[in-house]
Design a protein around this ligand. Structure first.
Ligand SMILES: NC(=O)C1=CN([C@@H]2O[C@H](COP(=O)(O)OP(=O)(O)OC[C@H]3O[C@@H](n4cnc5c(N)ncnc54)[C@H](O)[C@@H]3O)[C@@H](O)[C@H]2O)C=CC1
Ligand SMILES: O=C(O)C(=O)COP(=O)(O)O
Length: 531
């Protein structure tokens, strides 16, 4: 039974879902990094919000981990690169808390514009500080959105309901979407000079870090209000303090901080500054949404291989998972085959899909083929890590699809180009093709020679010249070496030409068996294959 560690405060709805799927959970909120490293090897799944930080060290220790589920949107607390390299899927719940966070941004805008927290504190302290608080209206003012995705768009809709004019800076916002939302797409300089209120809704990336730098803040209108419910690190906090003190910024309201939990911060105590402790997603509705969703997604992945909302792997719906599974198996086996007969590496990979595969979700199939291919040389590679490893390696990769499949309903062909620098006998294209028949993967072509057979866990691959007596001498030799033949498949180019024998055998042969096969006349290459 898979085991999931819940390492942040998730709604109990998540535990219920895991339990219904027969998945064991352990709730351990507030672990130190060392404590997390100590227990993580027990778990197949890790469910987090933003407080738990599965970094490269934690992921390195996570020997069984298959999936990290983020009950929320931002994944900057997770080392996705390390997870990908280790083959761990990282998934989030991109929509579950978006409305709640948009509402928080609007609440923060009013809290800042009317200084509600300070007015409340003074009133409840018995000071009746009516004269101290003169706010500003937001109607007919300009709201500048930095980031107009999921949450930014919802903020825009609400701001328009408040009769605000909305301008947005987002390089990925299309003109059509801007028109649909009724926002004006502008560049950052325009936004800075025009907005009465600026609100941030981008992820924290190398491009967005410090996007509201001191210089940017100095370009804003005097009296601007700044809201940050996205991520600390997007804004220069010290510069905001300075500009609040000088009165250039009228008010600021931040839910997120560069260092969290923010027990101390340069902004604390600044004039007209409002703070909340990363509450953007904290409503009953949002927390239930994200907990249910992450638990369903993680359970689906652990139990069926369905992938939803993964940041480092193509999606596979629960409906298509059973249909794709035999093709994923086939692709992985063809990849393993190609990897194991490419002793000198490869500089190019081509995957050809034919027939029914033209209409399928091929991304996971490709990922499986690459995982199988790379495993021979790179060890523990899976569908998550394979595409990134191949891209990093500089090996050229392409894919082609055709609806025609002359012989089979569906066919996958993997071709690898072994470099010229290798043993000249080995250089050139290797090509393997297979199909799924009665739900089982079958090889149907090896080095462009027709050859039909099942995959066995251990196989002997022999590339020879088609000469009389060869099969007999091979059979005798294997008998003498105590190798029991389970299946025997043959293919050849033409009489007397290049030929292949693919032999399923029972158990692991002695270490010298390939040498013995190599020493038979007419053998060009022999290899023990594992599937
Ligand atoms: N305070 C809280 O509790 C919560 C905070 N968040 C944070 O809110 C942020 C936004 O979330 P979503 O709207 O769901 O993300 P999203 O991915 O839907 O939208 C982000 C938008 O930022 C844009 N963007 C990317 N790079 C940009 C750049 N260099 N300049 C301008 N725009 C850029 C993207 O094109 C995209 O449209 C994230 O950082 C997320 O972690 C999300 C939920 C709760
Ligand atoms: O979903 C997000 O990106 C958030 O920032 C929410 O964070 P939280 O789950 O409340 O720790």
């Amino acid at each position: 039974m898979p085991k999931v560690l819940i390492a942040d405060d998730l709604s109990t709805a998540a535990v219920e879902i895991f339990r219904n799927h027969g998945i064991e959970t352990d709730i351990r909120v507030g672990l130190t990094k060392d404590e997390l490293i100590e227990i993580i090897p027990e778990f197949d799944g890790l469910a987090v919000r933003s407080a738990c930080k599965p970094d490269a060290d934690v992921i390195a220790a996570a020997s069984k981990l298959k999936v990290i589920g983020r009950a929320g949107i931002g994944v900057d607390n997770i080392d996705i690169k390390a997870a990908t390299a280790k083959g761990v899927v990282v998934m989030n719940t991109p929509f579950g808390n978006a409305v709640t966070t948009a509402e928080h941004a609007i609440a923060m805008m009013f809290a800042a514009a009317r200084q509600i927290p300070a007015a409340d504190a003074g009133t409840q302290a018995g000071k009746w500080p009516k004269k101290n608080f003169v706010g500003t209206e937001v109607s007919y003012k300009t709201l500048g959105l930095i980031g107009c995705g999921n949450i930014g768009a919802r903020v825009a809709e609400r701001a328009k309901g408040l009769l605000m004019k909305v301008v947005a800076f987002d390089p990925f916002l299309t003109e059509e979407r801007a028109v649909e939302l009724g926002v004006e797409k502008v560049d950052l300089d325009h936004l800075l000079s025009r907005a009465d209120v600026i609100t941030l809704h981008t992820p924290l990336t190398d491009q967005t870090r410090n996007i509201l730098s001191k210089e940017a803040l100095e370009q804003t209108k005097k009296g601007v209000i700044v809201i940050n419910c996205a991520r600390g690190g997007l804004v220069d906090e010290a510069a905001v303090r300075e500009l609040l003190e000088s009165g250039h910024i009228q008010a600021a309201a931040f839910d997120v901080f560069a260092e969290e939990p923010a027990k101390e911060n340069v902004l604390f105590g600044a004039p007209n500054f409002v703070a909340t402790p990363h509450l953007g997603a904290s409503t009953v509705e949002a927390q239930e949404n994200v907990a249910l969703q992450v638990a369903e997604q993680m359970s689906d992945y652990l139990l069926t291989g369905a992938v939803t909302n993964a940041l480092n792997m193509p999606s596979v719906t629960a409906d298509e998972a059973p249909r794709l599974k035999p093709f994923i198996d086939l692709a992985e086996k063809l990849g393993q085959f190609a990897g194991q007969i490419s002793d000198h590496g490869f500089e190019e990979v081509v995957i050809e899909y034919e027939g029914d595969l033209a209409d399928m979700n091929r991304k996971p199939i490709t990922a499986a083929a690459l995982a199988g291919l790379l495993r021979a040389s790179r060890g523990d590679v899976n569908m998550v890590s394979a595409p990134a490893i191949l891209a990093d390696s500089g090996v050229k990769f392409s894919e082609s699809v055709t609806e025609d499949s002359p012989v089979y309903d569906s066919l996958i062909r993997i071709k690898v180009l072994v470099p010229k620098t290798a043993n000249s006998d080995q250089a050139g294209w290797r090509s393997l093709a297979g199909t799924v028949s009665a739900g089982r993967p079958r090889v149907v072509e090896v080095k462009e020679m027709p050859l039909e057979g099942d995959f066995s866990p251990v196989m002997l691959y022999v590339n020879n010249l088609d000469k009389p007596g060869f099969i007999g001498s091979l059979g005798v030799m294997l008998g003498e070496a105590n190798v029991n033949i389970a299946t025997f498949h043959l293919g050849r180019q033409a009489e007397g030409g290049e030929a292949i024998a693919l032999i399923g055998i029972d158990g692991e042969p002695a270490a010298d068996v390939t040498q013995k096969i190599d020493s038979l006349p007419h053998v060009r290459y022999a290899k023990v294959l594992h599937f």
